[in-house]
Design a protein around this ligand. Structure first.
Ligand code: FE2
Length: 267
């Protein structure tokens, strides 16, 4: 699926942008489906907010038990707008299931050296016009820890992601920097970060990953990346899958736990 040059680029940068990976109609189908799910959702009186701003993520029970569910999280600054859906649509929802399991994705995973990938988590991110929140700089390894490190992100632009509507930013080569934080379930309930290295990531050299609709961005689990807020009138819908190696250890203190769900690959 990928050329040698693309694989080399991924090794070098820690990410790879593959334009025109998903046909426009598959993007439209997923978008329409996610929108319909939100419209059918009856928000409870007190909604669960997704934020990356607090030192310890606001880890309510609804979030911590969403690893094997399809759940709705709202914007911090506008609690009437959905920020994202997570985290097991790829297993539980037929439309997401179809989008997430393709021979093309299996081939990309194999090309970048994944031996036996298991789909661990899925998220549908709305980044709504005007109110879509930012995601602060992080690595995915921090949040989905395996020994050895194996988490890999597969991020899909379902609409054009631009500088205006909050595209991703990444630090080329930053995946070679040892991970600085670890997010885990805390002993007394809730969650905590283990600070492994308090020095900040270098900001210089960070580049925007503008991505036309249909683009796949593959992200190494140790790559520092972020996305800005959306203050524009255009939404920025995206879908992500995080995969790990079947053979890697997945500690039980990871926030995300999946009771009784299959451990399926991309096929
Ligand atoms: Fe991420």
């Amino acid at each position: 699926m990928l050329t040698d040059k693309q694989v080399e680029q991924y090794r070098e940068d820690g990410f790879l942008v593959v334009e025109e990976f998903v046909p426009a109609r598959a993007c439209d189908e997923l978008r329409a489906h996610a929108t319909a799910l939100v419209e059918a959702f009856e928000p409870p009186e007190e909604v669960s907010v997704f934020t990356t701003h607090e030192q310890t993520r606001r880890s309510d029970e609804y979030f911590l038990t969403s690893g094997d569910q399809v759940r709705f999280f709202f914007e911090e600054d506008d609690t009437s707008t959905v920020n994202k859906i997570g985290h097991a649509m790829h297993d539980l929802d037929p439309v997401f299931e179809r989008f997430s399991h393709t021979p093309e994705l299996a081939a990309v995973a194999a090309d970048i050296g994944m031996r036996d990938p298991v789909l661990l988590q899925s998220m549908y991110i709305f980044k709504a016009p005007f109110v879509g929140g930012e995601v602060t700089l992080h690595t995915d390894h921090t949040f989905l820890w395996t020994e050895p490190q194996s988490v890999t992100g597969f991020w899909f632009a379902l609409e054009d992601a631009t500088l205006e509507n909050g595209c991703m930013w990444a630090l080329p080569g930053g995946h070679r920097i040892p991970v600085k934080r670890r997010f885990r379930r805390a002993d007394g309930g809730g969650t905590a970060f283990d600070e492994l290295d308090e020095t900040p990531y270098p900001q210089e050299g960070e580049i925007p990953l503008e991505a036309p609709k249909g683009t796949l961005v593959v992200l190494h689990g140790q790559l520092p990346h972020r996305s800005g807020p959306n203050r524009s009138p255009k939404s920025r819908h995206a879908y992500t899958i995080h995969a790990i190696e079947r053979g890697a250890e997945y500690p039980e203190w990871n926030w995300l736990q999946r009771e009784g769900l299959p451990r399926r690959g991309f096929q």
